[in-house]
Design a protein around this ligand. Structure first.
Ligand code: NAD
Ligand SMILES: O=C(O)C(=O)C[C@@H](O)[C@H](O)[C@H](O)COP(=O)(O)O
Ligand code: ZN
Length: 368
């Protein structure tokens, strides 16, 4: 049994726990430990995850709630929009949900971000629990309370910070994740090595086989270390006023590529491509060696991640379009991009002084 409890404290007097388990069996007790009593719950999930885990979750929740409502979204990024959020509001209004009821997000980052956003906005805010089932959601999106939706294909353009009351991870769920989606999660995992923890980066490099074969103890260690790194950063800076921006490593050009692919490329793949560009720029500044750059690219590749886009597959991915889209992400300071670079492997910083030609060079590096 893998059992870890990681408390996340924020804004002086608030906190929630992250539970890392290998089943759902401790969930009921964890909900009963929460300080509030909830009459009703709405489980938001998607069309894939519901087939694997909805019945199990319902069983676990028997006897805690007077009513269990379920909302199933079509799986995938194209559901992370206002219309899908509205459909959840409608169902909650029909079932007469009020602020004392609860939402549960059962699924990947799409379900988690959207459910968190509904929780932040329904009647000006109700409680929600994250039950992340994808690797990406366990290592990243379920922690830290960044919630939101895409708006007119702009990634996460509308959203709110809303902390969950509990994050419950069952790492056994990772067994049913398809290989491509598993790889996507690795894009965010490797990010933690790059920005924060060289020892973890080395551990990942020496454990590729165990991780890719989903050896449960290896996954437990990896999910724990990742969630712990994210937890520590979010505790220091819950609203991204400083160090939390380091979690955006790979995301400026990554979000641009994700948008221009019309979400045909997955978030984790785009983070990997964006990381390759950010490694290139860190090298250009003389912060990391040529060997570090090559090794970084190799590490991403070893976990099956892409490090470039083929403009033949995506004709709209011109250098200028990627540059323009990078500038329309949320990380502008005046007319300059707040770009996350590495000072060294395991140490991130932000840099404001890239000119368009620097960025074009990095974009050309990832346009294979
Ligand atoms: N809020 C944050 O801090 C944060 C952090 C990182 C990413 N994100 C967001 O998260 C989203 C990406 O999350 P994702 O990669 O989990 O995508 P996702 O939610 O679309 O899940 C990926 C796919 O895996 C399926 N799936 C999930 N768990 C499964 C399981 N256990 N077994 C079988 N299938 C399963 C889903 O149905 C989906 O088809 C993006 O929208 C991204 O912007 C948010
Ligand atoms: O939690 C954070 O902070 C992150 O930046 C984590 C990222 O992996 C995640 O993709 C996040 O949603 C990006 O945030 P955004 O503000 O750039 O949309
Ligand atoms: Zn991300």
């Amino acid at each position: 049994m893998h059992y870890h409890r990681l408390p996340v404290s924020y804004e002086d007097r608030h906190s929630y726990d992250i539970l890392i388990e290998d089943s759902f069996s401790a969930l009921k007790a964890e909900i009963q430990r929460l300080p509030s009593y909830y009459q009703r719950v709405c489980i938001v999930t998607d069309s894939n995850v519901s087939q694997f885990y909805l019945d199990q979750l319902r069983q676990e929740l028997q006897g805690i709630f007077q009513q269990i409502v379920v909302h199933i979204l079509p799986a995938g990024e194209t559901s992370k929009n206002l219309a899908c959020a509205e459909a959840v509001y409608e169902q909650m209004i029909e079932a007469r949900f009020d602020r004392h009821d609860l939402l549960i997000a059962l699924g990947g980052g799409v379900v988690g971000d959207l459910t968190g956003f509904v929780a932040a906005t329904y009647m000006r805010g109700i409680d929600y629990i994250q039950i992340p089932t994808s690797l990406l959601a366990q290592v990243d999106s379920s922690v830290g309370g960044k919630t939101g939706i895409d708006f007119r294909a702009y990634k996460n353009m509308v959203g709110a910070f809303k902390m969950p009351v509990l994050v419950y991870m069952n790492i056994s769920c990772l067994k049913t994740l398809d290989p491509l989606q598993f790889t996507c999660g690795m894009g965010e995992v490797i990010k933690y090595g790059f920005i924060q923890d060289k020892g973890f980066y080395r551990w990942l490099q020496t454990n590729v086989k165990r991780i890719m074969s989903r050896d449960l103890p290896a996954l437990a260690q990896m999910v724990y270390t990742s969630a712990d790194i994210k937890r520590r950063i979010c505790q220091l800076d819950p609203r991204e006023e400083g160090i939390r921006s380091h979690l955006n490593f790979g995301h400026t050009i990554g979000h641009a590529v994700e948008k221009l692919s019309s979400f045909r490329l997955y978030h984790g793949q785009c983070v990997s491509i964006g990381s390759a560009a950010a490694l290139y720029l860190s090298h250009k500044l003389g912060k990391i060696s040529t060997a570090d750059l090559k090794e970084g690219i190799q590490t991403l590749t070893d976990f099956g991640l892409p490090v470039s886009v083929d403009p033949g597959d995506f004709p709209q991915m011109t250098t200028d379009n990627i540059l323009l889209a990078s500038k329309s992400d949320k990380k502008m300071q005046g007319d300059r991009i707040r770009f996350v670079i590495l000072d060294a492997i395991g140490q991130a910083d932000t840099y404001l002084d890239f000119v368009d030609d620097d960025l074009r060079e990095a974009i050309d590096f990832i346009r294979a």
